[in-house]
Design a protein around this ligand. Structure first.
Ligand code: PEP
Ligand code: MG
Length: 598
């Protein structure tokens, strides 16, 4: 629940704090732009006698604006789908002008002295209820019209923007929304979007991951913020501690100014080790890589001090467009990344669509449990043309640099065997065509399902490396949706089950002489780094923005203390205790990394 301090009865200009889950560090301040439709009920705001005439004006203006919106939508639908499809909007216009409805709303505002959005929603709800109970189909359909129109009017009263082309924002703003999909987040232009805040979401949702990749502050799980905040209001967003401060006072701004200065001092310290190796105090070399979403992200990999790419999430090549990327286009993207970082490795992960990442033009039927459904390798093994195009592009790009290929979401040996066989088929095809392709391409799999960790021995015999996808491994092991803030407290990276699965994976990998990395968000959390190293992980791959922090910690830890910690964790029954122990060690050896954390 957002923490509201001071209380709601204070004047609207007062400072208010909302608490959520911090997902991308940084502090920004600016004008709010609320996106998307209102969901659920709006707040009942009491008005003074003097405010009533202004409220009626506000209502009239919102009705007029809604009328313009509906007329505009009707025009667009007529142009694209035809007059018949657009007729529905005539019913919306009629509902909007219904004299009984409007006079009832006006009466409620004046008599009960409540805000117009609350009055409209309450009156409309009664209409909808009565109409939905009618026997007549026609009347029942009117209920849907009233619902639609109500949402539009309430949005206009709250200043929410339903349809904004995020690529065309001209003024700097702080985006607030109920939720943002990864494809929307990927469109955000960081020159104008200062940061974003959402009602829902978790630390490892792809939207949060994208925020870290863009390097903009972000807070999720703010629950009702998008309903309580209005476009145009001034706010400050603290992505370090997960806070949104509405109308910050001078004192708050001063305190945040100090926080930003302290963070700048830390950044300075981190810059000093930029070109230093990721090596523990007692000399153990760790491969530290970065995660990317686009080939054009490679400069940030180099700038972060990472030694290559441990995870290239290729789905963004497919998401931000209306058709499928061709083999040539993909080849150019993978080749560019490999060439830019050569001789450092670039681990290209094959398409991981599904879960919370969708491509509208593929028209995949909606699923009840998309994270447990037709996702990643499952999709690719059935959509062979799409898979073939990508495998050919990766094989061709491997000539140009140190490319490695990785399959996502492997849950059984048959899947791996099928994928490997198909890869060989694609290689043979290219050879036959005389197209250059790498003779030896390292092939790995993500360990992100509990089943993969449990059969890691069998998988390791057929692979060159593993990369633990902790984001999914945690959600699948603990049955806690990574995108759902309600179960965020159950989503525990240090749960004993996770510790043991990581250890099993490492042991199986090492038995078969292959390396094992972690490319989920666990790898980017400095607190967890000693634990992962102690468990025997060879590589860590994190968002470029967090790589320097991870390196700072690696350079301050000694392997015996990391191994002791892992040993403790492997025998501990409590995730909270494991977290406390690894946090204590991380804070002790690298206090400056944690100075301002909540
Ligand atoms: C993971 O699951 O940890 C992972 C790295 O893959 P993604 O976050 O893209 O699902
Ligand atoms: Mg995953």
């Amino acid at each position: 629940m957002p923490e509201v301090a001071p209380s709601r009865n204070l004047p609207p200009k007062g400072e208010r704090h909302f608490r959520g889950i911090p997902v991308s560090g940084g502090v920004c301040r600016g004008r709010i732009l609320v996106l998307g439709r209102v969901r659920g009920l709006v707040e009942r705001r009491e008005l003074t006698e003097g405010e009533l005439p202004g409220e009626i004006n506000r209502l009239e203006k919102a009705l007029l604006d809604t009328r313009h919106d509906v007329v505009e939508v009707k025009r667009r639908v007529t142009a694209s789908l035809g007059q018949k499809e657009a007729d529905i909007f005539d019913a919306h216009l009629l509902a909007l002008e219904d004299p009984v409805l409007i006079s009832e709303v006006t009466r409620l505002v004046m008599e009960e002295k409540v805000c117009a959005e609350y009055a409209f929603q309450s009156v409309a709800a009664k209409y909808v209820e009565a109409l939905s109970r009618a026997d007549d189909d026609f009347l029942r359909e009117r209920a849907a019209d009233i619902r639609d129109v109500t949402a539009r009017v309430v949005n206009n009263l709250l200043g929410h923007q339903e349809e904004v082309d995020l690529r065309r924002l001209s003024e700097p703003c702080l985006i607030v929304a109920h939720e943002l999909g990864p494809s929307t987040t990927a469109q955000l232009d960081k020159k104008v979007v200062l940061g974003f805040a959402t009602d829902v979401g978790g630390r490892t949702s792809h939207t949060a991951i994208m925020a870290r990749s863009l390097g903009i502050p972000a807070v999720v799980g703010l629950q009702t913020a998008s309903q309580e905040l209005h476009t145009g209001e001034q706010a400050l967003l603290d992505g370090y501690n997960g806070a949104l401060v509405l109308n910050p006072t001078d004192q708050t701004l001063f305190e945040y100014g100090q926080l930003v200065r302290r963070k700048a001092t830390l950044e300075e310290k981190l810059r000093e080790i930029l070109r230093q190796p990721a090596i523990t105090l007692d000399g153990q070399r760790v491969l530290l890589s970065a995660n990317i979403e686009h080939a054009s992200d490679t400069p940030s990999v180099t700038a972060s001090g990472a030694e290559g790419v441990g995870l290239f999430r290729t789905e963004y090549l497919y998401i931000e467009r209306q058709d499928l990327p061709s083999e040539e286009e993909q080849f150019q993207a993978y080749r560019a990344a490999a060439a830019a970082l050569k001789p450092q490795p670039v681990v290209v992960r094959t398409l991981d669509l599904g879960g919370d990442k969708f491509v509208s033009h593929l028209q995949v039927a909606p699923e009840i449990n998309p994270f447990l459904g037709w996702r990643a390798i499952r999709f690719c093994l059935e959509q062979k043309d799409i898979f073939r195009t990508q495998l050919r592009a990766i094989l061709r790009a491997s000539v140009e640099g140190n490319v490695k290929l990785m399959y996502p979401m492997i849950s059984g040996l048959e899947e791996l065997n099928q994928a490997n066989a198909f890869l060989e088929h694609c290689r043979a095809e290219l050879r036959q065509e005389g197209v250059p392709c790498g003779d030896k391409l390292d092939v790995g799999a993500m360990v992100e399902t509990p089943s993969a960790a449990l059969i890691a021995d069998a998988l390791a015999q057929r692979l060159d490396f593993f990369s633990i996808g902790s984001n999914d491994l945690i959600q699948y092991t603990l049955a806690a949706d990574r995108t759902n803030e309600r179960v965020a407290h159950l989503y525990a990276p240090t749960h004993p089950a996770i510790v043991r699965l990581v250890r099993m994976t490492v042991e199986a990998a090492h038995r078969h002489h292959i390396w094992v990395g972690v490319c989920g968000e666990m790898a980017g959390d400095p607190v967890l780094v000693p634990l992962l190293l102690g468990l025997g992980v060879d590589e860590l791959s994190a968002a470029p923005a967090t790589v320097p922090h991870v390196k700072y910690l690696i350079r301050r830890v000694k392997m015996p203390e990391a191994r002791d910690l892992a040993e403790f964790a492997l025998h501990c029954e409590s995730g909270a205790e494991i977290l406390a122990r690894t946090t204590a060690l991380a804070r002790e050896i690298a206090p400056s990394l944690f100075e301002d954390n909540a």
